[in-house]
Design a protein around this ligand. Structure first.
Ligand code: SPV
Ligand code: MG
Length: 439
């Protein structure tokens, strides 16, 4: 306990994960100061990201904001979303928290907090969470801010700086965008979620019942992006196929950048593009280094911000042109202005991806590396990060997950002449629409 002017004041602690202060926070502070001397923990950027509260102001600004509130005695950094370390360090008599963490993934954080307090007889006090129109509006405004192009666009670069590996999930519609935006899991007391969305040419085409041969035009692709943007805040990487004609690519760079897309990945193929997962089973032509560099440079010149990234995708391993060719292209594309390199493979084993990354990283410690482990799917994010990968894209799993159940359901209804038998593997619509926000 802390002694001030002869009287014993209890040490009270609470953690804030917010960029704005509303009535709900003020209520917690009011309650907390009744018990003693209040320290607020400002959750670190890295932990905020996993907590679905992407920061719109810096940690220093958040700390200054918390410090300025009446009733706050001290502000410290809480590095991790779990409480044990900060509780051990500060040994507060009381931790104050809203009562909105008793169920769902956040319950693990509550359990962790209680266990840490129990070690020395500390106490958890939970105050009723303030649900009212002003608080909901403030939460919504913060979310809307994150959806604005200038915030969304730069978020990928910020994530690359902040995370050991950025995890991107495929989305091809508003609904799959919402799944990517909102899915949170708890494992070993930590929360986790995806960092952003990949708008795949394969899934965008397949969703329209079309082949993945650059047949779905940019106007349609932009509509998919817009559908996703309407309901999400996380950054978007567009699969830009070959980038098309350089003369068209520069206009598309401008459009994507203006919309708030964070990156476009273009692949070094020319002529009729086929999906890489076909490899050499179909005829595909790799572009020359010179031509592709010219396309990258033109795109780079067209960009208006440093936030937007043009990432060059190398198809040498897919087209069996060898590791040396892949590496030669990587350095050439980087020197032409590419903001990142995507290396692709359709081998089951990640060995050639590791070899590429290790060689590239020996000469270039910084340029972001992107991989798409569809074929080499046994590889873990930790292993990829250990070989210098910055972004992992799960390029088609949501679509492949939905398809078998849709097909089975259609067959069952046809066989049974009713929907009853299919019901057991269908989600009630009430549950699906719980994802959809109401204004
Ligand atoms: C896509 O998702 O459309 C891709 C990745 O380009 S792959 O299908 O692996 O080529
Ligand atoms: Mg594609």
């Amino acid at each position: 306990m802390t002694k001030i002017r002869g009287c014993a004041l209890k040490k009270v602690y609470t953690c804030f994960t917010t960029d704005i202060i509303h009535e709900g926070h003020l209520n917690i502070i009011r309650e907390a100061s009744k018990y003693g001397k209040l320290t607020i923990g400002a959750l670190s950027d890295r932990a905020l990201i996993r907590y679905n509260r992407f920061p719109t102001i810096s940690l220093e600004e958040r700390m200054a904001l918390y410090r300025s509130i009446e009733g706050v005695d001290d502000v410290t950094v809480q590095d991790d979303m779990t409480y044990d370390a900060v509780i051990e360090r500060l040994r507060p008599d009381i931790v104050i928290h809203g009562d909105n963490w008793k169920s769902g993934p956040e319950k693990a954080l509550r359990d962790n907090c209680i266990a840490a307090l129990e070690k020395y007889g500390g106490q958890l006090i939970e105050v009723g969470y303030t649900y009212n129109e002003t608080v909901s509006k403030a939460d919504l405004q913060l979310k809307e801010k994150l959806a604005m192009p200038e915030y969304r666009r730069k978020r990928l670069r910020q994530l690359i700086e902040m995370c050991p590996i950025v995890k991107i999930m495929e989305a091809h519609s508003g609904l799959t965008g919402l799944i990517t935006e909102k899915t949170v899991v708890e494992k070993n007391g930590k929360l986790d979620q995806f960092d952003g969305m990949w708008v795949s040419s394969l899934c965008d085409s397949t969703d329209r019942g079309k082949p993945d041969i650059e047949l779905v035009d940019m106007t349609s692709r932009l509509r998919t992006i817009n559908d996703i943007m309407e309901v999400t805040t996380k950054p978007i990487i567009l699969d830009g196929d070959t980038g098309g004609l350089t003369e068209h690519f520069v206009y598309n760079v401008r459009t994507l950048e203006r919309m708030g897309v964070s990156a476009v990945i273009i692949e070094d193929k020319t002529g009729l593009k086929k999906n890489s997962l076909f490899g050499t089973e179909v005829s595909q032509t790799q572009d020359s280094i010179e031509n592709f560099c010219a396309k990258i440079s033109a795109g780079t010149r067209a960009k208006l911000t440093d936030d937007f990234m043009i990432i060059a995708r190398i198809e040498s391993l897919i087209l069996e042109q060898g590791m040396d060719d892949a590496l030669k292209r990587a350095y050439a594309f980087r020197d032409a202005g590419a903001d990142g390199i995507m290396i692709h493979s359709r081998k089951k084993d990640p060995a050639e991806i590791f070899e590429f990354c290790d060689s590239f990283r020996r000469n270039d410690p910084k340029t972001p590396i992107v991989v798409v482990p569809t074929s080499f799917n046994s590889v873990t994010e930790e292993e990829l990060s250990g070989h210098g990968v910055n972004i992992v894209i799960y390029a088609n799993q949501l679509m492949r997950a939905a398809f078998p159940v849709m097909k089975k359901t259609a067959e069952e209804i046809l066989i049974n002449h009713r929907a009853y038998e299919a019901e057991s593997h269908l989600m009630p619509f009430k549950e699906i629409i719980s994802l959809i926000d109401e204004l």
